[in-house]
Write a protein that binds this ligand. Structure first.
Ligand SMILES: Cc1ncc(COP(=O)(O)O)c(C=O)c1O
Length: 380
């Protein structure tokens, strides 16, 4: 049987990983500034994470959500404290798309309404509602097409206000990434997020903060939406939550009450996933990784901004993007094949940095030296 060929891949086989480094089957070492697509939060194979999972595996890996799972309660308590949303309620699932799917569905249940506002260049996942709220026609199959999603320009308060005015009684939710990832590292203005909060409250709609990529400390705050100083009604989380173990969830504000059977999952919140998620939070707290993301992120943005060939260096914490001119279009390839550094991209010309939040300053320095070398080589 062949693999169903949905991804263009690099011809590299990674067999080992530690911290911010990975190694291929030929023993070649790579610096990982891509984090397996923003997934590696505390560093590859962190010993505490490995130990927590191994110990849990020896006890019990899975039982269904029909019984008490104290690890879920422990995770909810810790997440509530670290995210500073102690009165929110946690629902666990398995992926970012599933988290957004559940958030949108819950908003519709809660309001009894059907319309969703999403924004240009958004990415919310590949399942039916999540992909319908994603601004990329290539991902939307005919069966996903719906007129229940209204796309508005990103960061445009007037358009948002006008839309609410026109459709006030129909809007169930507004969904927005605090920093757009796939769309190319575009920061939602703090004022824009505050306007979403005000308009959702005024018109009885649910504010959904998609924190799948920009969440879990990556921006230097637990949720990047926190920079605006207002609370969303639902936050969706995945990627960094398990440091590579598949675990995701939504946290729901107290005014939204649960009803039995509206949401559900077989695998979500299993014992092993909770152990992985707890290990991640323990390390984020113990090793002060949000502070590290602020410090190393600032260093990277400052240094990258000083490189005249790169444009529009932007981001928060360790979620960073910059534009690459046409003359350096092979920069990312050069970084990978010559400098042995993984980075991310966003079409058409953005390099994205999404490393572990434990990235060391000396690794960031190595990257800056390497990118300068690559630029010189490509400019020669
Ligand atoms: C902002 C955002 N939301 C949702 C998703 C979907 O997550 P998953 O691939 O885990 O379904 C992604 C994935 O890249 C994302 O970046």
């Amino acid at each position: 049987m062949n693999l169903f060929d949905v991804y263009p891949i690099n011809d590299i086989t990674i067999v080992k990983a530690k911290g911010s480094y990975v190694w291929d089957d030929k023993g070649e070492q790579y610096l990982d500034l891509y984090g397996g697509h923003a997934v590696i939060s505390i560093g590859h194979t962190h010993p505490h994470w490995v130990q927590r999972i191994e110990e849990q595996l020896e006890k019990i890996a899975f039982y269904s959500n029909s019984i008490r799972i104290p690890l879920q309660t422990e995770l909810a308590e810790k997440l509530g404290r670290i995210s500073n949303k102690p009165d929110y309620q946690l629902f666990l699932c398995n992926s970012g798309a599933e988290a957004n799917e559940n958030a949108l569905k819950l908003a519709s249940f809660h309001t009894g309404r059907k319309k969703i506002i999403a924004f240009s260049k958004s990415f919310h996942g590949r399942t039916s509602l999540a992909v319908a709220a994603t601004d990329n026609k290539n991902y939307v199959a005919p069966v996903n097409e719906t007129d229940n999603v209204i796309f508005l320009p990103f960061n445009d308060e007037d358009a948002l206000e006008a839309c609410f005015k026109k459709n006030s009684a129909q809007i169930a939710a507004v969904i927005i990434e605090g920093i757009q990832g796939v769309g190319g590292i575009n920061i939602a203005d703090d004022d824009f997020l505050r306007a979403i909060r005000t308009l959702c409250t005024k018109h009885g709609a649910v504010y959904i903060a998609d924190s799948v990529q920009c969440g879990y400390g990556r921006s230097g705050k637990f949720f990047s939406h926190d920079f605006a100083g207002v609370n969303a009604d639902i936050y969706t989380m995945a990627k960094g939550m398990g440091n590579g173990f598949p675990v995701a969830g939504i946290i729901v504000a107290p005014q939204i009450k649960p009803k039995h059977f509206q949401l559900g999952t077989t695998f979500g919140g299993n014992h092993l996933a909770c152990a992985a998620a707890l290990a991640v939070l323990e390390i984020i707290e113990e090793e002060k990784l949000m502070g590290n993301a602020v410090m190393v992120g600032k260093y990277l943005r400052d240094e990258l901004s000083a490189i005249s060939e790169l444009d529009n260096v932007r981001g928060r914490g360790l979620m960073i993007g910059f534009d690459v001119p046409e003359s350096l279009k092979d920069l990312r390839k050069n970084l990978l094949w010559e400098q042995k550094i993984f980075t991310g991209e966003a079409k058409p010309n953005v390099i994205r940095l999404l490393p572990s939040l434990a990235l060391k300053k000396r690794d960031a320095e190595q990257f800056i030296d390497s990118i300068k070398e690559s630029i010189s080589a490509l400019s020669a």
